[in-house]
Design a protein around this ligand. Structure first.
Ligand code: JD8
Length: 385
């Protein structure tokens, strides 16, 4: 990924070089270029601002230096990020979306902001995203750019030493983090919760989920409502007419999977549309729509007394809102009579998916033979206990 920053305070971004380990830049995973907008001025005072048309307090940043910078940096086809208090809120799901881009160009304003024609012109050459860090006023766009950079870059494949931890985080599944503890087991007469010392992974997963839900309901009920509000995303049985969108969502999810796990073999990528149509006959397939768009799907098929769950998929821009968890809960709930256990396959390196399933009580079964590049997770059905 290439990152360019246009600012009148280039030194303000110096800390980025500290937080983004050099090896990511050395390994070519990341390329960072900070530019001083004044370099594209031609007057003695290197002027970048002027009084606002229509009057009012403060100054506005002039368009010409930005235009010349765009030409020299050839921003065509890039994603231009303008950090501004009037932008859309920055979220984890937006971070994930931006992490799929090849190039980000940050426009960082000061004063009262940047002449609007700079954004309008950029939009004729590149994708332009106006993003706000939050509902408070800063003096410029640099701080927001640094936060967005860190949130995006750490999602790049191969960036975080152990991608595993990425999945456990707040906002990943629509819930805040559960409390964490480490040695010593007793500190200043304070004990670590006994369940965490039990070694019972199922009870630990349930306790952690409960803690996350409680914290979220107290501190961020809006998140809880958002994930509860999936009822607005009604999960319904799929029909033949859903097949084209299911196939499209499937391809999108596998491409994302390939992007997040370079070199991973994704068998379903080779499945045809006819395979998707046939699956509507051979499986119980469910879909979710939001504003008419098919945004999620999952399927199940009975193999003896095992309910085989598969193709759990959610649209990239809705990931992290608990929809995946909702689909997983639903497909378990609709398991037919006679089901004694659940089984599912996922990518051996798909930490995100494996965590979702483990959090839901599934266990990784290295003792069972899985297709190449995949792992099997199973869970006993209530009736099977
Ligand atoms: C860019 C100029 C200052 C803003 C007059 C104060 C983001 N969450 C956020 N809060 N503030 C910003 C932000 C502020 C900026 C610029 C981003 C460029 N200012 C202006 C309008 C009122 N001054 C931000 N992201």
């Amino acid at each position: 990924m290439r990152l360019d920053y246009l600012t009148i305070f280039p030194d303000y971004l110096a800390p980025l070089r500290l937080s983004l380990p050099g090896k990511a830049i050395e390994s070519g995973l990341l390329e960072m270029h900070v530019h001083d907008v004044r370099d594209w001025t031609h007057d003695r005072h290197r002027t970048v601002d002027d009084t606002p048309y229509g009057g009012g307090a403060g100054m506005v940043m002039k368009p010409e230096p930005f235009g010349e910078a765009f030409d020299e940096l050839a921003i065509d086809g890039a994603t231009v990020i303008v950090t501004t208090p009037s932008g859309v809120p920055f979220t984890q799901s937006l971070a994930r979306e931006l992490s799929t881009r090849e190039r980000l160009v940050f426009l960082l304003g000061r004063y009262e902001g940047i002449d609007q024609r700079v954004l309008d012109h950029a939009a004729t050459r590149a994708e332009v995203r106006e993003i706000s860090l939050g509902d408070y006023v800063l003096n410029g766009g640099e701080v927001a750019a640094m936060a967005i950079t860190e949130a995006v870059v750490r999602l790049l494949p191969g960036f975080m030493g152990n991608a595993e931890s990425l999945v456990e985080e707040s906002h990943e599944d629509g819930l805040l983090e559960y409390p964490v503890y480490t040695k010593p087991a007793t500190w200043r007469d304070l004990e670590v919760p006994k369940v965490l010392l039990s070694g019972d992974h199922k009870r630990i997963a349930e306790w952690r989920h409960q803690q996350a839900v409680e914290r979220t309901s107290v501190r961020r009920p809006d998140l809880l409502h958002a994930s509860q509000a999936t009822s607005e995303w009604e999960i319904v049985p799929a029909v033949r007419a859903d097949a084209p969108e299911i196939h499209t969502l499937q391809l999108a999810c596998w491409v994302q999977e390939m992007h997040e796990n370079p070199g991973v073999e994704i068998p379903p990528l080779h499945e045809s549309f006819e395979d998707t149509v046939r699956a509507l006959e051979t499986h119980d397939v469910y879909v979710v729509r939001s504003a008419g768009r098919l945004v999620g799907s999952v399927r199940g098929r009975l193999d003896g007394d095992v309910w085989e769950i598969g193709r759990l998929m959610t649209a990239i821009d809705l990931q992290g809102r608990g929809l995946g968890r909702q689909l997983l809960e639903h497909i378990q709930a609709v398991a037919p009579a006679g089901t004694r256990s659940y089984r599912l396959f996922t990518g051996a390196r798909s930490e995100r998916n494996q965590k979702l399933y483990k959090k839901a009580g599934f266990r990784l079964r290295r003792d069972l033979e899985a297709p190449p590049g995949a792992v099997i997770l199973t869970k006993t059905h209530a009736r099977g206990r």
